[in-house]
Design a protein around this ligand. Structure first.
Ligand code: TEU
Length: 567
């Protein structure tokens, strides 16, 4: 859709004046109640590199995304969360930012970003930016300056440079282990070491430095002024480090990034909350804007701290995502999330897939007790049951969409995409593969470019070959062949999202109903009941009207691995 010059964006402006006016003109907002939009919003996650390629260079871009806005509008989503789209050498898919106030030229320009935000708003959708505050790219000019500056200089103070241990300082300052494998410390030619909780090309910023704090307040304003409706915040629990830089003492804490300890030297420290409060004050200047934390912490007590009224609006709770296809586990995860978020006046977020995890159509195709990530590397392929995975993925989506709170949909799950677990080693791009010494396959398998058409080059992703190869058979999942097919997963998502929008108005509670073992049943305030059959055998449904189901219902029986919404 072309944007006429008179609709060009006035500057400076408040995000609301601009986005809100456009949103108000869309049918979607007519249904708005007193409940803030995000409390029941559906967020669609765009991994921009793999979404749609508008210029045929093999990499997804803003032009491709703009061309697919009608598709997203038809899905009835509320917001698009775009994975990092800033200039970046893409050592970690863009989570290595070289400039926080610009767009990666491979994806487009700032002008195109503004147009995207305007056009999305015209279609009733907001745009959320991915903020990466824990680390920059080693290509960022701040880090390049730090490298050429002397130890102790202001330029080095933006990062965490330390002298090493041992007689010649040639041992790392601490025993900390990077999330991606190896030490968290890399030595520079003058003998100092710098900290990186992730890849060596992702040096950690020094959040104890007020200059860093100021810069980020400015970065937030930059994107809010541009019309963004808020931020998904990367590794929010990692920003603060113990100023004493002690060793990690408990071996079990060394590798993991979710610690049970309350005094871990770099995860989930109290000081992060002060930083977050500063951001929230900025967000509060822009009505309707939202901040969601990615924070891997020990339990809901800890997670809830990120949700205090002057901190994040939402946090990702990964317990639901990490649950096996098991009624008890799933019910516990739901209850924990409802209680945990409710205790601080917030609301759960339901996520089944994202750019870091094995796609749920594949996770649910594996035996219950098998961990999917190790399986990717060298697991027995014969244990995979793709049909079961497909059925459970559809059923779990209807479950997530029936719950109070907001739902995050990861691009391609609406097409029923499985994980591409057999990518050749020479195409793997994720630093996890390299940094783990090839002991972890990494996350490329959930980042394969989308199939839009069953035929044609890169299945309609772009005019040329995609940056990461699409596997044989990818065309069978294409959006064009699912379009209009009532049995397709795409149409299931479309009708479920539309029904959700109609049915789930203001209420934020569920009432669990008595059910057979292996069956989950709950009622929502509006009168809708959701029944999920994880029992392994068909179960009888009560006499009711079926609003939607993830599989055919015959003779009043809900098949196994199926969810139905009834009224
Ligand atoms: O992820 C944070 C994180 O610690 C994990 O999700 C981690 O990436 C995963 O367990 C490794 O297998 C965020 C982003 O979502 C991720 O894509 C980035 O790589 C990471 O931060 C670093 O910025």
């Amino acid at each position: 859709m072309a944007v006429s010059p008179e609709r060009s964006i006035p500057e400076p402006y408040r995000q609301n004046a601009f986005v809100a006016t456009r949103l108000r003109h869309t049918a979607r907002m007519h249904n708005e109640t007193a409940v803030p939009w995000w409390r029941r919003g559906v967020f669609y996650q765009v991994y921009i590199r793999s979404f749609a390629d508008g210029n045929g260079d093999g990499t997804g871009d803003i032009a491709g995304l703009r061309s697919r806005l009608p598709y997203l509008e038809k899905l009835s989503i509320d917001a698009i969360w775009i994975n990092p789209w800033f200039p970046s050498p893409l050592n970690d898919g863009g989570y290595d930012v070289a400039d926080y106030r610009d767009i990666n030229p491979a994806y487009g320009t700032l002008e195109e970003a503004k147009l995207l935000i305007a056009e999305a708003a015209d279609r009733g959708m907001r745009v959320m930016v991915d903020l990466v505050p824990n680390h920059t790219s080693s290509q960022h000019r701040w880090f390049q300056n730090a490298l050429t500056a002397a130890p102790g200089s202001a330029a080095r103070e933006r990062y965490i440079f330390k002298d090493g241990r041992g007689p010649n300082g040639d041992e790392p300052p601490t025993n900390w282990r990077s999330v991606f494998g190896g030490s968290t410390w890399t030595r520079v030619p003058d003998g100092q070491w710098y900290l990186h909780l992730f890849d060596p090309t992702q040096p950690d910023l020094n959040w104890a430095n007020p200059v860093v704090r100021e810069d980020f307040l400015d970065i937030l304003r930059f994107w809010l002024h541009l019309g963004a409706s808020g931020f998904r915040v990367d590794v929010a629990h990692g920003l603060a480090k113990d100023p004493e830089f002690p060793d990690v003492v408990d071996e079990s804490d060394v590798e993991v990034h979710r610690t049970e300890r309350l005094d871990h030297p770099h995860w989930d420290r109290d000081e992060v909350h002060d930083i977050i409060r500063g951001w929230r004050r900025v967000l509060d200047e822009y009505e309707g804007s939202v901040m969601i934390a990615e924070a891997w912490v020990a339990n809901w007590d800890r997670l809830a701290r990120y949700l205090r009224p002057d901190e994040f609006h939402q946090v990702f709770d990964f317990e639901f995502l990490e649950s096996a296809w098991d009624a008890e586990q799933i019910k516990d995860a739901i209850d924990n999330s409802l209680v945990g978020s409710g205790a601080v006046g917030s609301i759960p977020t339901w996520v089944l897939s994202n750019h870091d995890v094995v796609r749920h159509a594949t996770r649910y195709a594996l035996p219950k007790d098998l961990e999917s990530k190790p399986w990717l590397l060298d697991g027995d392929r014969a244990v995979l049951d793709p049909l079961a995975g497909h059925r459970r993925a559809r059923a779990s989506t209807l479950l997530a969409l029936a719950l109070p709170g907001s739902v995050y949909v990861y691009q391609g799950e609406e097409l029923g995409l499985p994980e591409v677990y057999d990518l050749e080693e020479d195409v793997l791009d994720d630093p996890v593969w390299r940094q783990s010494g090839n002991t972890e396959k990494g996350r490329d398998g959930c980042r394969v470019p989308l199939p839009w058409t069953s035929d044609g080059p890169s299945h309609g992703f772009g005019a040329g070959e995609a940056w990461l190869p699409q596997p044989e058979g990818w065309g069978a999942f294409a959006a064009d062949i699912q379009d209009g097919d009532t049995h397709s997963t795409l149409e299931l998502y479309r009708s479920a999202l539309a029904t959700r929008f109609e049915m789930l108005t203001g209420d934020e509670d569920i009432e669990w109903l008595p059910s057979e073992p292996g069956v989950l049943a709950f009622r929502r305030g509006g009168g809708m009941t959701c029944i999920v059959n994880l029992s392994g055998a068909p179960v009888q449904l009560p006499v009711a009207t079926i609003l939607i189901a993830s599989d055919e219902i015959a003779d009043g029986f809900l098949p196994r691995d199926t969810t139905a919404w009834i009224i």
